[in-house]
Design a protein. Structure first.
Length: 339
């Protein structure tokens, strides 16, 4: 046997041993990942059927490590910390109403990720999809299920500073007609048509009439609550210093995050509720900075995400400013409550 042959045999043997070692490490890592949370006292998660038409349940993005991380999962509203049923559908942001869901997904490519918005039916099957021009941030569906909206960062990746830009789209889920950017709408500010190159919109929330919506408008370093009209394609400023609005089920109040002077630049917000009739603001009893578009669990309770050990946990607090925050569940984000 020649020296070259011996070297080739040795190299082949080393390659085989390296492959075996790598496979063992990956197998052990996968087993550890599957064990994670369940053996540590976390939620028990099993695959199953998830639909958008089962009253009394909540659906959210599962953040617990393991084979079902990032999947839409469901639990009863009455037992949110109990076992979870995983759908197999992965979303970065999600919302649902009236049997229609919107799921913002990452599409992993060989060089970089792209993003898309899926419109889902009641069984989480794709009805349509649309390109999303940046990192997904917010998602909503109208109470009727007839409209969906989403916001993405197209420059920057945080609302905390001023160096970012967003794109907010609205789609008619019945016809597929897409408004790719709310910047196409006419802006009425202080009673006059307003134009500015730095306009940004984010955080749509819909009223029940399939015409009215609310969102945040940012321009010249300030933010405003705007009321939009889908028929006239106009938006009108209503109230300053409002971000990520969420309309209450009865249509009378807006939950939102507000920048408060004196707080750190990277954590500048507190949760408030605005009465749309009186424009009176009520600070909620959450003392921490909340960077989320809250959802209404019911007419009395607001739910939102805060950082947790596995990315985020969901908390709830009374909408009238009383009480104290309560952790609803661990390792979850982007919740929708099915009626």
């Amino acid at each position: 046997m020649t020296l070259r042959s011996r070297i080739l045999i040795l190299a082949s043997a080393l390659a085989v041993l390296a492959a075996i070692a790598l496979a063992s490490v990956l197998h052990a890592s996968a087993r550890a990942e599957r064990r994670d949370h369940t053996q540590a006292g976390g939620p028990r998660i099993t695959p199953g059927t998830v639909t958008l038409t089962t009253p009394g349940r909540m659906i959210f993005r599962n953040m617990a490590w393991g084979p079902h991380r990032d999947e839409l999962t469901t639990t009863p509203v009455s037992a949110p910390s109990g076992p979870r049923t995983a759908s197999g559908v992965k979303c970065l942001r999600f919302y649902a109403a009236a049997g229609t869901g919107v799921c913002l997904q990452a599409v992993h490519g060989p060089v970089s990720d792209t993003y898309r918005a899926l419109i889902l039916d009641a069984h989480l099957k794709e009805r349509a999809h649309y390109d999303v021009p940046g990192i997904p941030s917010r998602a909503r569906v109208s109470p009727s299920g007839h409209y969906a909206a989403w916001t993405a960062f197209v420059g920057g990746d945080s609302y905390a500073g001023t160096n970012f830009s967003t794109r907010t789209a609205i789609v008619d889920t019945r016809t597929g007609a897409l408004t790719p950017s709310l910047e196409e709408f006419r802006i009425v500010k202080d009673g006059r048509t307003y134009h500015a190159a730095d306009v940004n919109f984010w955080g749509v929330t819909f009223a029940s009439d399939d015409t009215t919506f609310y969102a945040t408008l940012a321009t010249k370093g300030s933010t405003y609550l705007i009321r939009g009209n889908l028929r006239t394609r106009t938006v009108t400023t209503l109230h300053p210093n409002v971000e990520c609005p969420s309309l209450s089920p009865d249509g009378t109040r807006i939950a939102y995050k507000k920048r408060v002077k004196g707080l750190p630049k990277d954590a500048p917000w507190r949760l408030y509720v605005l009465n749309l009739k009186t424009m009176r603001e009520t600070p909620l009893a959450e003392p921490r900075s909340v960077d989320d578009q809250a959802v209404w669990k019911d007419t009395h309770t607001v739910v939102y995400a805060l950082p947790g050990d596995y990315g985020a946990d969901l908390y709830e607090v009374p909408a009238n400013g009383s009480g104290v925050p309560h952790r609803l569940l661990t390792s979850g984000v982007s919740a929708a409550f099915l009626k």
